[in-house]
Design a protein around this ligand. Sequence first.
Ligand SMILES: [Ca+2]
Length: 188
Amino acid sequence: MGAMSLAKLAALAYGTVLTMGLMVVLVRSPHPITPGYEATEGCSPDDLAHYCRGVRARVSSYNVFANHHPVFAIDGRGSHEPLEKWASSAGDAEPWIELLFPGPVDFSAVRLLHAGRFESAEYSMRSYRLTCSAGEELVGELAVEGNEASAPLHVLSCRAVDRVRIQYDTEPGTSRDVARLYEIEVVP
Ligand SMILES: [Ca+2]
């Protein structure tokens, strides 16, 4: 066996190991979640969803390769920077994001900052369902159909809930084949 084919064999083995390692990582983390920070002083009183309140964001998936981590949806920044958004992974047919509050909260509305605000208008999701729950018990829900707004304020009144969830309907083969979200605010 010549030096050339040995190098090829080594490259092939290396690639196989990398691929298997990546598969293990993806399989072992089906529902990525943000860190649970200790609540701090000075958080905005107008947004109960900010991570500085100890809120965590859990998602069905995120685009690992482009670094569109869910923490960008609760960092309080409506940044123009395209990196700074949560985006579900391409293979996720039923993407969702869920906010986990450290304790029961009351709120009146949810404001979303879709990707259409800063990028193509076709990146704003049209169809999704907002729910609020106390543990596993569903407390309130709102079905959104035909949304065209890039930063809609959805009225949803919930009392003593510890989680909010957005379940998206993707539109395969279009710009809405993955969910893209710059920010979610929960309004008292
Ligand atoms: Ca953000």
